[in-house]
Design a protein around this ligand. Structure first.
Ligand SMILES: [Fe+2]
Length: 321
């Protein structure tokens, strides 16, 4: 049986100064602390019933793993069988609230974890008196840079049942970026061409555009405008209103709202031409070079960092500052 993947579920970031990260994520952005252990913060946004971002103190910044939720424990077992059949090493771990986590490195080098069961916590969505800062609402998606977008896309679609929403193609039919989903939104996982694998960004859904603009005001008020990297603006791809910010260690966070649903069985993926600047920003604003070139290192399954590899597709898309 093919494992039923439900949605993107959490990320574990290594950070080098936990108090500095707490100020950024909790005091300014308004994420809620669900658990605090020695050297780690477990955070969630206002709609999240479980923790969605763990910040772990470490000597170097990077990403430990990215996790997805599956439907049932049987789906986890089916996934383990799939990994066995493909000769992919894996192991079982536990995390706070998550007793059974299946950890491995996908065939393209991304450290991932899958789990079926998690402790549920009090829902904060309608506890408006507790909402603070920018008011992040829920985890939305991740974006991974890879030199083999088509290969990664095919693995997740063929073996884990991901569906294609949108893609960027050049005149030779080569895929430079892909947005794939399980949840019925535009994407749980975006893949963009670049030296990798690295994490490009980790995204939270926002309740409205105003809360995204307010994030800019909050960062400006805190004398941290240099943490705003790109936007706010409107993407062509996904139609989302967006803002990209960088945390104190350089991890990129996207604040995102106003995309569309993809649940109809006859949904047809949207194709974008690589040289169409409207896919990046519908309004025509240029994208800073750092956005294309920088990303967070990923931890290898056996320790150390995954070494980013360059692929055959080189060069920056149009409309770069
Ligand atoms: Fe994104």
């Amino acid at each position: 049986m093919q494992p039923n993947i439900v949605r993107i579920a959490h990320g574990v970031f290594y950070v080098t100064d936990l108090e500095r990260s707490r100020r950024f994520y909790v005091d300014l952005l308004g994420l809620n602390v669900l658990h605090e252990t020695g050297g780690a913060l477990y955070l969630r946004a206002n709609e999240d019933r479980e923790w969605t971002l763990k910040l772990e103190l470490a000597p170097e910044a990077g990403v430990k793993h990215l996790a997805y939720r599956v439907g049932t424990p049987a789906d986890l077992d089916a996934l383990a069988e799939l990994l066995d059949s493909q000769g992919l090493p894996h192991r079982w771990e536990t995390e706070v609230d998550r007793p059974r986590l299946l950890r491995f490195q996908d065939p393209h080098g991304v450290p991932v974890a899958f789990y079926a069961e998690s402790v549920k916590h009090r829902w904060l969505l309608q506890d408006y008196h507790l909402h603070r800062g920018a008011g992040l609402q829920r985890i939305d998606h991740i974006n991974v840079m890879t030199p083999d977008v088509e290969g990664v896309m095919r693995w997740y679609m063929d073996h884990l049942g991901f569906r294609l929403s949108e893609y960027t193609e050049d005149e030779h039919g080569r895929v430079w970026a892909a947005w794939i989903q399980r949840r019925g939104s535009v994407h749980d996982l975006a893949l963009t061409n670049g030296a990798g694998p690295r994490l490009h960004h980790f995204a939270y859904w926002m309740p409205d555009m105003q809360s995204i603009i307010r994030t800019c005001d909050i960062l400006a008020g805190a004398r941290m405008p240099d943490h705003i990297e790109r936007g706010p603006g409107r993407h062509g791809v996904s139609n989302a209103f967006f803002l990209y910010i960088r945390d104190p260690d350089g991890h990129r966070i996207e604040l995102y709202t106003s995309d569309y649903v993809t649940v109809d069985p006859d949904f047809e993926p949207i194709r974008w031409s690589l040289d169409d600047p409207r896919r990046q920003t519908l309004w025509g604003a240029r994208t800073p070079r750092s956005w294309f070139e920088e990303g967070s290192l990923l931890e290898a399954f056996g320790g150390g960092w995954v070494t980013p590899q360059e692929g055959e597709l080189r060069g920056l898309p149009v409309h770069v500052i």
